[in-house]
Design a protein around this ligand. Structure first.
Ligand code: SAM
Length: 313
């Protein structure tokens, strides 16, 4: 599997050379490249952010830099798009001018060349992108590589990333992750690549907000790659896990030796050598724990995934 990650902090991904992920790369199962988004900038400050249109705190990652980067990594051919229709009325321009006062986020090391200062008097009636004369490069629709790359943006306001998504994505040949920073990325970036026929996903890894997408990408990447055939030394270790399979439950509790440790004993049945009883005990425990901790998973269970004894539990 080919994995490209775009970030303003590509060093975050140095750790992917460790442990099982490192071994998978050494075996040639994974080819991971972390790219610096700033390599696709053209200005002296290597700016990747700008003030939010509509006002508000912080900065937003701007689409032009991302587009140059993603077009390159997705192997999309440049094409000319006429932007002469990109005109704003007087109200729009006043709003944009207001947004220039936005508070700059802690991380902002440089502000972008910003929205044209000569519009700040709110007088300009017809603002056009690059004075409506320049065209920008955009890819030709439908020119994505045939092995269908999947473009993934971590986003706290997106649907939750689940084991089901990880399983599906473990079959992909090429994943491309884009790490957001600041207040996030311009929403038109994923929208645009969807219009180009790219499979674009946005996922949250949980109901909390991180500083950037790097940790979220690491989480997703680990969940996805460990499901690839050949990744785990013992493939059985991913068969019966929490959230896995048709009747996805939380896993039963785990114990190792000694049988008693600091006065705490493992359940007798696990020492009985009776595999039928051990399986039943573990299954009952998985059902009971799931019911207690994640009743939402029980509610989603397909009745067909339950046996008679399950129903009693
Ligand atoms: N303004 C955004 C909001 O309130 O939803 C938060 C932006 S966050 C500070 C910057 C970036 O971190 C996001 O664009 C995203 O890439 C990443 N991020 C933060 N929390 C995340 C989460 N729970 N799941 C996935 N990505 C997250």
């Amino acid at each position: 599997m080919k994995i490209d990650i775009v970030s303003v902090f590509p060093e975050y991904f140095d750790v992917l050379g460790l442990s099982l992920m490192g071994k998978a790369q050494a075996k040639g199962l994974l080819q991971i490249t972390a790219h610096n988004l700033r390599d696709w900038t053209h200005d002296v400050h290597h700016s990747v952010d700008d003030t939010p249109v509509g006002g508000g705190a912080g900065m937003v990652m701007k689409p032009e830099v991302w587009a140059e980067c993603l077009d390159d990594l997705l192997g999309l051919q440049p094409a000319t798009v006429d932007e002469t229709e990109c005109t704003l009325d007087a109200d729009d321009s006043a709003t944009i001018a207001d947004s220039a006062d936005a508070t700059v986020s802690d991380e902002v090391v440089e502000s972008s060349d910003a929205i044209a200062s000569d519009e700040s008097d709110g007088m300009s009636a017809d603002i056009t992108a690059e004075n409506a004369t320049e065209a920008h490069d955009a890819p030709v629709p439908g020119t994505a590589a045939s092995d269908a790359p999947v473009l993934i943006f971590p986003n706290p306001s997106a649907p939750l990333f689940t084991q089901r998504d990880a399983t599906e994505l473990s079959h992909a040949n090429h994943l491309l992750f884009g790490c957001g920073r600041y207040e996030g990325y311009d929403s038109r970036i994923p929208d645009y690549y969807r219009t180009q026929g790219i499979d674009v996903r946005e996922y949250s890894i949980g109901d909390y907000v991180l500083n950037g997408g790097e940790v979220a990408v690491s989480v997703m990447l680990e969940a996805i790659t460990r499901l690839m055939p050949g990744f785990m030394g013992n493939p059985d270790s991913i068969v019966e896990e929490s959230y896995t399979g048709e009747g996805a439950l939380l896993e039963h509790r785990q114990y190792t030796k000694p049988a008693t440790w600091r006065g705490l004993a493992v359940p007798d049945v696990l020492l009985s050598g009776d595999h039928g009883k051990v399986d039943r005990f573990r299954r009952d425990e998985a059902l009971a724990r799931t019911n207690e901790i994640r009743p939402d998973l029980i509610a989603k269970l397909d009745c067909k995934a339950l046996d008679k004894a399950d129903r009693k539990t």
